[in-house]
Design a protein around this ligand. Structure first.
Ligand code: F0G
Length: 353
């Protein structure tokens, strides 16, 4: 049985063997070959579906490590700022070990499914009139002054957990890909992936290093613009972040790997979001930034034919059904009376008698 990322990769984790993992058996997520996207581009594209984690996002990898550490240290309370996924994961893992979780979220700007998760896992939810960046500033300050453990990705254990996705990709492909593409918000994940690829390479577990391609949403693209954005906007609320805490980590991953940090528009995100659905995978809008970015680079002629690319789909689409219903239903829903012939007519358009 898969034991969760700490026990599966303990030799790469900062825990001795007597530290008991707080786990929901996260990790071991599907790496799915994207038939349509690959055929359309002449690239080899795989989708690392992190939405298959226990709380539906990659945050579970980081949170098992951060909460395991907090638990081993005897912490009673953890706190985080979140656009929704971190709060869901913090709440779930805190519940696993009887800790209190306090989550601070931007009012009205997190997907309903994520809020509902924090409710069901029993977190204390503080909804502030401010954005993620303001929330992060508040929780950092509180953690500095009270006996409360911060579990945002500025906590280095989060990065240690999240780097394991790189190991899984190398194990599955028996090699590192040419390009690893992912959405960038607070920039913890790109920092973690790069650390993972380097460690596996240094241990002789993979043959090379990938180029790291990170994509911000255009209205929140602080790294691309080179300055913090006071009022970030995007429909991809998970990455609606104007001053990424791991900015330097993202720049380092880009520069050391010969990669790119670029931005994608909300329209490009929505287009990719629909295309990913047609591969049989439902991710959340922010996740689609990885595929949107690869398609953008491909269309600009910046990706070599035949390249092997892994796009990380960071979260599950079921967390945010509102966005799907608002932007992705065109031509798919027909409302009819309960009449058999009317249904046949809708299917065959009258061509069958
Ligand atoms: N994709 C999803 C679905 C996310 O929830 C996040 C971040 C990212 C991508 C970006 O990852 O911040 O490491 O660059 N969500 C955080 C949260 C901010 O609070 O759930 P990053």
């Amino acid at each position: 049985m898969w034991k969760g990322i700490i026990d599966e990769y303990r030799e790469f984790m900062p825990f001795s063997k007597d530290v008991q993992a707080v786990t929901l058996q996260e990790g071991n997520t599907p790496l799915v070959y994207a038939n349509n996207l690959s055929e359309r581009t002449g690239l080899h594209i795989w989708l690392k579906f992190e939405g298959a984690n226990p709380t539906g996002s990659f945050k579970d990898r980081g949170m098992t490590a951060a909460i395991t550490k907090a638990n081993a240290d005897g912490a009673n309370v953890v706190i985080c700022a979140s656009t929704g996924n971190t709060s869901a994961a913090a709440a779930a893992y805190a519940a696993r070990c009887g800790m209190k979780a306090v989550v601070v979220i931007p009012s009205g700007k997190i997907a309903m499914g994520k809020l509902v998760q924090a409710v069901m896992y029993g977190a204390q939810i503080v909804s502030i009139e401010g954005n993620f960046d303001a929330a992060l500033q508040i929780v950092r300050d509180i953690a500095d002054h009270y006996p409360i453990t911060l579990v945002n990705s500025v906590n280095p254990y989060r990065i240690e957990g999240q780097k394991t996705a790189s190991f899984e990709i190398c194990d599955a492909l028996q090699a590192a890909p040419d390009i690893l593409a992912l959405p960038v918000g607070n920039a913890g994940n790109i920092t973690a992936y790069w650390k993972g690829f380097k460690e596996y390479y240094e241990h002789g577990k993979s043959d090379r290093l990938p180029r790291m391609f990170g994509f911000e949403a255009e209205g929140s693209a602080a790294i691309v613009r080179g300055e913090p954005i006071p009022n970030p906007e995007t429909l991809a609320t998970a990455i609606r972040i104007g001053n990424p805490a791991s900015w330097q980590g993202a720049v380092q991953a880009r520069d050391e790997s010969g990669g790119v940090i670029d931005s994608v528009t909300d329209d490009q995100i929505l287009e990719a979001y629909r295309l990913i659905g047609r591969e049989g995978i439902f991710c959340e809008p922010a996740s689609a930034a990885s595929v949107a970015g690869v398609l953008k680079m491909y269309e600009q002629g910046k990706i070599e034919q035949g390249s092997r690319i892994v796009c990380v789909l960071t979260g599950n689409g079921l967390k945010d059904p509102d966005t799907a219903m608002r932007f992705a239903t065109d031509g798919l829903i027909t409302k009819l009376p309960a009449d058999r012939d009317a249904v046949v007519e809708a299917i065959y358009g009258g061509s069958v008698s």
